[in-house]
Design a protein around this ligand. Structure first.
Ligand code: HEC
Length: 104
Protein backbone atom coordinates (compact mmCIF):
# COMPACT_ATOMS: atom_id res chain seq x y z
CA UNK A 1 0.00 0.00 0.00
CA UNK A 2 1.65 3.25 -1.07
CA UNK A 3 1.13 6.95 -1.26
CA UNK A 4 -0.53 6.55 -4.63
CA UNK A 5 -3.62 5.20 -2.88
CA UNK A 6 -4.37 8.56 -1.31
CA UNK A 7 -5.98 10.07 -4.36
CA UNK A 8 -7.50 13.47 -3.79
CA UNK A 9 -5.24 14.45 -0.93
CA UNK A 10 -4.69 18.17 -1.26
CA UNK A 11 -2.61 18.79 1.83
CA UNK A 12 0.91 20.13 1.36
CA UNK A 13 3.16 17.08 1.07
CA UNK A 14 3.03 15.56 4.52
CA UNK A 15 5.69 12.97 5.40
CA UNK A 16 5.06 9.61 3.76
CA UNK A 17 4.35 7.99 7.11
CA UNK A 18 1.29 10.21 7.44
CA UNK A 19 0.18 9.32 3.93
CA UNK A 20 0.40 5.65 4.83
CA UNK A 21 -1.62 6.23 7.98
CA UNK A 22 -4.24 8.07 5.94
CA UNK A 23 -4.40 5.23 3.42
CA UNK A 24 -4.95 2.80 6.28
CA UNK A 25 -7.64 5.12 7.66
CA UNK A 26 -9.28 5.31 4.26
CA UNK A 27 -9.53 1.51 4.15
CA UNK A 28 -10.94 1.35 7.69
CA UNK A 29 -13.43 4.12 6.94
CA UNK A 30 -14.61 2.33 3.80
CA UNK A 31 -15.18 -0.87 5.76
CA UNK A 32 -16.53 0.45 9.04
CA UNK A 33 -17.99 3.92 8.60
CA UNK A 34 -19.00 4.70 5.01
CA UNK A 35 -21.99 2.34 4.89
CA UNK A 36 -23.66 4.46 7.57
CA UNK A 37 -22.20 7.88 6.89
CA UNK A 38 -22.49 7.80 3.09
CA UNK A 39 -25.32 5.35 2.46
CA UNK A 40 -27.29 5.13 5.72
CA UNK A 41 -27.80 1.50 4.69
CA UNK A 42 -29.42 0.67 8.02
CA UNK A 43 -31.97 3.41 7.37
CA UNK A 44 -31.43 4.90 10.78
CA UNK A 45 -33.99 7.48 11.75
CA UNK A 46 -31.11 9.47 13.16
CA UNK A 47 -29.41 10.04 9.78
CA UNK A 48 -25.61 9.81 10.16
CA UNK A 49 -24.09 13.21 9.32
CA UNK A 50 -21.97 13.79 6.19
CA UNK A 51 -18.36 13.77 7.38
CA UNK A 52 -16.74 15.32 4.30
CA UNK A 53 -14.47 18.13 5.44
CA UNK A 54 -15.42 17.53 9.06
CA UNK A 55 -12.12 18.97 10.33
CA UNK A 56 -12.30 22.00 8.02
CA UNK A 57 -15.22 23.32 10.05
CA UNK A 58 -14.87 24.69 13.56
CA UNK A 59 -17.48 22.41 15.08
CA UNK A 60 -18.65 18.83 14.70
CA UNK A 61 -22.26 18.25 13.57
CA UNK A 62 -23.37 18.19 17.22
CA UNK A 63 -21.60 21.49 17.98
CA UNK A 64 -18.61 20.10 19.90
CA UNK A 65 -15.20 21.43 18.83
CA UNK A 66 -13.85 19.59 15.74
CA UNK A 67 -10.72 18.15 17.34
CA UNK A 68 -8.98 14.79 17.05
CA UNK A 69 -9.61 14.14 20.74
CA UNK A 70 -13.35 14.74 20.36
CA UNK A 71 -13.65 12.34 17.42
CA UNK A 72 -11.50 9.70 19.16
CA UNK A 73 -13.83 9.99 22.13
CA UNK A 74 -16.86 9.35 19.91
CA UNK A 75 -15.13 6.30 18.38
CA UNK A 76 -14.52 4.95 21.87
CA UNK A 77 -17.90 5.60 23.42
CA UNK A 78 -20.24 5.72 20.44
CA UNK A 79 -22.94 8.37 20.18
CA UNK A 80 -26.68 8.11 19.73
CA UNK A 81 -27.24 5.38 17.12
CA UNK A 82 -23.52 5.12 16.38
CA UNK A 83 -21.84 2.15 18.06
CA UNK A 84 -18.58 2.22 19.99
CA UNK A 85 -15.57 0.94 18.05
CA UNK A 86 -13.55 0.00 21.13
CA UNK A 87 -13.82 -3.72 20.41
CA UNK A 88 -13.38 -3.41 16.64
CA UNK A 89 -10.43 -1.06 16.34
CA UNK A 90 -7.10 -0.62 18.04
CA UNK A 91 -6.03 2.83 19.22
CA UNK A 92 -3.69 3.17 16.24
CA UNK A 93 -6.51 2.22 13.85
CA UNK A 94 -8.66 4.96 15.40
CA UNK A 95 -5.74 7.36 14.91
CA UNK A 96 -5.59 6.31 11.25
CA UNK A 97 -9.31 6.95 10.71
CA UNK A 98 -8.97 10.38 12.30
CA UNK A 99 -5.94 11.15 10.10
CA UNK A 100 -7.98 10.14 7.05
CA UNK A 101 -10.91 12.33 8.07
CA UNK A 102 -8.54 15.33 7.86
CA UNK A 103 -8.27 14.80 4.09
CA UNK A 104 -11.73 13.30 3.48
C1 HEC B 1 -24.41 2.30 12.55
C2 HEC B 1 -24.14 3.50 11.79
C3 HEC B 1 -22.83 4.23 12.06
C4 HEC B 1 -21.56 3.74 11.91
C5 HEC B 1 -21.12 2.34 11.51
C6 HEC B 1 -20.67 4.86 12.19
N1 HEC B 1 -21.39 5.97 12.53
FE1 HEC B 1 -20.64 7.79 13.02
N2 HEC B 1 -22.50 8.47 13.45
C7 HEC B 1 -23.67 7.75 13.29
C8 HEC B 1 -24.79 8.55 13.77
C9 HEC B 1 -26.25 8.14 13.75
C10 HEC B 1 -24.25 9.78 14.21
C11 HEC B 1 -24.98 10.97 14.85
C12 HEC B 1 -24.87 10.78 16.38
C13 HEC B 1 -25.47 11.90 17.19
O1 HEC B 1 -25.35 13.07 16.80
O2 HEC B 1 -26.06 11.60 18.23
C14 HEC B 1 -22.80 9.69 13.99
C15 HEC B 1 -21.93 10.71 14.28
C16 HEC B 1 -20.58 10.71 13.96
C17 HEC B 1 -19.69 11.84 14.08
C18 HEC B 1 -20.09 13.26 14.51
C19 HEC B 1 -20.26 13.29 15.99
C20 HEC B 1 -20.67 14.65 16.51
O3 HEC B 1 -20.34 14.90 17.67
O4 HEC B 1 -21.26 15.44 15.82
C21 HEC B 1 -18.45 11.42 13.69
C22 HEC B 1 -17.18 12.25 13.66
C23 HEC B 1 -18.57 10.04 13.31
N3 HEC B 1 -19.87 9.63 13.47
C24 HEC B 1 -17.54 9.27 12.86
C25 HEC B 1 -17.64 7.91 12.54
C26 HEC B 1 -16.52 7.09 12.14
C27 HEC B 1 -15.10 7.59 11.98
C28 HEC B 1 -17.02 5.84 11.96
C29 HEC B 1 -16.25 4.57 11.59
C30 HEC B 1 -15.18 4.19 12.48
C31 HEC B 1 -18.44 5.87 12.21
N4 HEC B 1 -18.78 7.15 12.55
C32 HEC B 1 -19.30 4.79 12.10
C33 HEC B 1 -23.78 6.47 12.76
C34 HEC B 1 -22.72 5.62 12.48
Amino acid sequence: MGAAMVAGCHSAAPPSQLLQQQAEGQRLFAVGCAHCHELNDLRLKQVPPDLHGVFRRAALPDGAPATDAEVEQILQTGKGMMPSFTYQMTASQMDAVVAYLHVY
